[in-house]
Design a protein around this ligand. Structure first.
Ligand code: GLY
Ligand code: MN
Ligand code: MN
Length: 430
């Protein structure tokens, strides 16, 4: 791990919160992610399942967490199963968690090797009446790949058809969406690393630079600050490329007079930061670029004020739509008639602003959370309005990461990252 060990009080607290929500004489199981193959003998770097991270901090493949709070054997109320290390693994892969290190990481006293899992699990299931299974219920989850968790769920359902099945996902979504102070510190660190990357770029970007050179500068700055790298695939989109929302080719040369949209963020300790800034290639926005930029900035400034306890995100998104509508009329991109005649299912502003304004942020970039409940202090959201005008070769989005406070405006984890157009120009020309 590149990051410093995290205080395990975070995981003790998260497990306590999970257990408090469990009902009946039941247990809950959480599996790690697989290491995904590429081909021949290569694999993707390991990415731990976010729920295991959230409940244990154990950042190692094949680990399993069992929670069985009503188990008569006190030692089995929390169990961690780990892959047993050996001399061969030590030589080829290096250090793996010992039982003591796993205890120090997670605060879980009972740590067994993985080969004991089938026997102990059978005993626990004979005692329990039901099992919490951990399915992926993220609203935008869309994958055909069967995960380690999916395989485990299939087997449990086959082997224990008489047990009651309960869902872990809504509990995890609740726990993970409200951040602990320890998590906020880690997220702040991720944002500071992103800031270092952006500041480096303001001195680097010039006409003729290639998008991938900008990506490389960021990667350099992130890695030298103990990040594993980008929290998500970076978007470095100059000119009209900025109008392709998921542009990740990053293979074009940046031209004098264009604006570059950068949607980039460092991860730190598996926590994501998620930033968007727009930068003029030659260090100076044209009057039109400036006008569009300031419209987006206005929507962002007003929208983020709505991220207060009690807000319902569907209402929030409607209100942001109205803010955007006003700006698009000012920019002469839509007319009052367009609004009068619009399809309520797809309002006129969507022609130039077709994505959502905010999402939960945390261990995942598009983090889990309960979208229909009022938002609470400690939740972290992005705020990222944008205006995309392909006919002008211009796309502007501005995005910061915001912590909902008990009262008042949210705390901006990216408050020190240059945002005002003139400030960006001044830094580029310093
Ligand atoms: N970078 C992904 C997003 O902004 O949602
Ligand atoms: Mn983003
Ligand atoms: Mn985002």
């Amino acid at each position: 791990m590149k990051y410093d060990r995290i205080n395990n009080s975070l995981y003790v607290k998260n497990r306590k919160q999970f257990i408090e929500k469990m009902v009946g004489h039941t247990l809950a199981i959480f599996n790690s992610n697989d290491i995904f193959p590429i081909s021949a003998d290569s694999t993707m770097p390991f990415q731990q399942h976010r729920d295991i991270l959230s409940l244990t901090g154990v950042d190692q493949e094949e680990s399993i967490l069992v929670l069985f709070p009503s188990c008569s054997n006190e030692a089995h109320r929390e169990i961690l199963f780990l892959k047993e290390t050996n001399d061969h693994i030590a030589v080829w892969e290096g250090e793996k968690l010992t039982k003591q290190a796993a205890f120090e990481t997670s605060g879980i006293k009972t740590v067994y090797w993985l080969q004991q899992f089938p026997t102990i699990f059978k005993q626990l299931m004979a005692d329990a009446t039901g099992i919490y299974l951990n399915t992926n219920e993220h609203l935008r989850a869309n994958t055909e790949v069967e995960t380690r968790e999916d395989r485990f769920i299939k087997k449990v359902k086959q082997d224990f058809p008489a047990h009651q099945v309960l869902k872990s996902a809504p509990i995890m979504h609740k726990i993970r969406s409200v951040k602990d102070a320890i998590e906020l510190e880690l997220m702040q660190k991720a944002c500071k690393i992103t800031e270092a990357g952006v500041r480096r770029l303001l001195q680097f970007i010039k006409p003729g630079v290639w998008e991938y050179e900008i990506e490389a500068e960021l990667a350099h700055e992130f890695l030298r600050n103990r990040s594993k790298g980008f929290a998500y695939t970076p978007i470095v989109a100059s000119g009209k490329n900025a109008c392709v929302l998921h542009y990740i080719e990053n293979n074009q040369q940046c031209k004098d007079g264009d604006v570059i949209l950068l949607d980039v963020g460092a991860e730190y300790a598996n926590y994501a930061s998620d930033l968007t800034r727009c930068i003029p290639v030659n260090g100076k926005f044209t009057p039109r670029q400036n006008e569009v930029y300031n419209s987006v900035l206005h929507v962002k400034t007003e929208a983020q004020k709505l991220l207060v306890p009690g807000t319902i995100m569907t209402d929030y998104h409607k209100q942001v739509g109205l803010l955007m509508e006003e700006q698009l009329v000012n920019l002469k991109l839509i007319t009052l008639d367009d609004i009068k005649n619009q399809n309520p299912e797809w309002p006129a502003y969507k022609k130039y602003f077709m994505h959502g304004t905010s999402h939960f942020l945390g261990l995942d970039t598009h983090d889990v959370g309960l979208w229909n409940e009022p938002i609470q202090a400690g939740m972290v959201f992005t705020c990222e309005p944008g205006i995309y005008i392909p006919e002008e070769g211009l796309g502007i989005r501005l995005e910061d990461d915001l912590v909902v406070q008990e009262s008042g405006e949210p705390f901006n984890l990216m408050k020190d990252i240059p945002l005002i157009a003139e400030e960006i120009e001044d830094l580029m020309n310093a």
